[in-house]
Design a protein around this ligand. Structure first.
Ligand SMILES: [Zn+2]
Length: 450
């Protein structure tokens, strides 16, 4: 039996939230739903206050941050704006690995902390902890971002995901049936039978949202080309950070719905998400403060690409001040015409670690290179660039019917054009681009030590 969406939204969701989070998740969602329409000036006042509060909390209760403020000669009580933190060094993943006990706030009991694990670009796992109130505030922000896609709370959801969780206990099964109502496509095992089962499940459950890693959604779209899903979803949310333009076009054509691109990470939760205008991603300004920095540490001008450094405004358990998240992007010069007061991230250029290294030592955004190549050259369905040494690149490529030697030569020429005339290019045709153990995909991988 399928529960009516309105009943789930009005009764099941609030009851579940009350039981699981004390009602905090939906309360955060409601508050953010109102606040998203506040004028930029009001947003600014509020986030400065949140910044000042988390800085005071971090410096007063966390030995690591207390030491950093002292070493920088910076009075935490004097911090009123992000620029006041400029003297505080950026917090790296290595700092977090080495920091141990000193990173935890003494004001938050251990039982109040929830762990998030991340692989990190070096492959060494990193564990970050956040207090429960912070986790629920992030969840409320993510929920709001999901509704920007057109989906409404209470509507079932379908997810294209690697290794999806399978409900095992009676309690988990009840939760899956009554509240989550999720249909999964396990992207680790996609074949004709799995796609047929997913399409049949879709017609039965009628999800309002299709959700997943960008490339998994693309693979699903390709398999459903000419058929789509019936009925179509209200919204599609792509969560893996790199949504390639050519893949986005295929997803939108097949399902007939715009893709809502979302950016976040395990350590911080939601960082930014597109609204219904799709002209950039609104920063989750009530939960994170994002700085875009040049290599010398000075702030980038709007539109200028730089390193993303994030201060978490909600995590009181393990405060993260000026955390180098490892990605690059640029802020938009103008506010979004939708009227929301949260600033816009104009572009996300990719993982810092995955910029390819040109022969002259400069860094090239592999994702842009792939997007341009896919758009311009015929005969390439999917493309992944892997660089193990400075002078060579391996192109793993899924060919389309029109693939030919002409395209192979043009691809090699395009790569040499971007990375240097002496570049060795090896083209390997493959059946599919391999997934990371996490289920995510990476299109541009640089393994040259920096
Ligand atoms: Zn907007």
């Amino acid at each position: 039996m399928r529960l009516p969406d309105r009943f789930v939204a009005a009764c099941v969701e609030p009851a579940w939230d009350l039981r699981e989070t004390g009602g905090r998740r939906l309360a955060a969602w409601r508050e953010l739903q109102r606040r998203q329409w506040d004028a930029p000036a009001a947003v600014e006042v509020r986030r400065r206050a949140a910044l000042a509060a988390i800085v005071r909390h971090a410096a007063a209760t966390t030995p690591f941050h207390a030491g950093r403020f002292a070493a920088a000669g910076l009075d935490p009580l004097a911090v009123r704006d992000i620029a006041d933190l400029a003297r505080l060094p950026v917090l790296t993943k290595d700092d977090l690995r080495a920091g141990g006990e000193a990173l935890f706030s003494r004001a938050v009991p251990r039982g109040e902390l929830v762990a998030a694990k991340t692989g990190g670009s070096t492959g060494v796992a990193l564990q970050i902890w956040c207090d429960r109130a912070g986790v629920e505030r992030r969840a409320g922000a993510a929920l709001l971002a999901d509704t920007w896609s057109g989906w409404r709370i209470g509507q079932p959801v379908a997810a294209a995901w690697g290794n999806p969780p399978v409900p095992r206990t009676a309690r988990q099964r009840l939760r899956a049936w009554a509240r989550e109502r999720i249909l999964f496509l396990d992207t680790m095992r996609i074949d004709a039978a799995a796609i047929a089962a997913f399409a049949a499940g879709w017609t039965r459950l009628r999800p309002g949202l299709l959700f997943g890693h960008a490339h998994s959604l693309f693979i699903l779209a390709e398999a459903l080309e000419g058929r789509g899903l019936a009925p179509p979803p209200r919204g599609i949310v792509a969560t893996s950070m790199m949504l390639l333009r050519p893949e986005r076009e295929v997803i939108e054509r097949v399902f007939g719905v715009p893709v809502t691109n979302r950016y976040g990470c395990e350590e911080l939760g939601l960082i930014a998400c597109e609204c219904e205008r799709h002209g950039g991603m609104h920063l989750s300004a009530e939960t994170v403060w994002v700085e875009v920095l040049r290599d010398d540490g000075s702030p980038c001008a709007p539109g200028e690409d730089g390193r993303l450094v994030v201060t978490d405004l909600v995590n009181r358990g393990q405060p993260l001040l000026r955390y180098e998240v490892g990605d690059r992007g640029a802020l938009a010069p103008d506010p979004c015409p939708c009227g929301r007061g949260w600033p816009l991230l104009a572009t996300l250029t990719g993982r810092l670690a995955d910029f390819l290294l040109a022969l002259d030592g400069s860094r090239v955004a592999g994702i842009s290179l792939i997007e341009n190549t896919l758009t311009r050259l015929p005969g390439i369905r999917q493309l992944q660039l892997v660089q193990a040494e400075r002078g060579a690149v391996v192109a793993n490529l899924v060919p389309a019917a029109s693939w030919s030697e002409v395209t192979a030569r043009a691809l090699a020429a395009a790569l040499r054009d971007a990375l240097g005339a002496g570049l060795r290019v090896e083209i390997r045709t493959v059946e599919r681009i391999a997934q990371e153990p996490s289920g995510k995909y990476r299109f541009s991988i640089c393994r040259v030590p920096s």
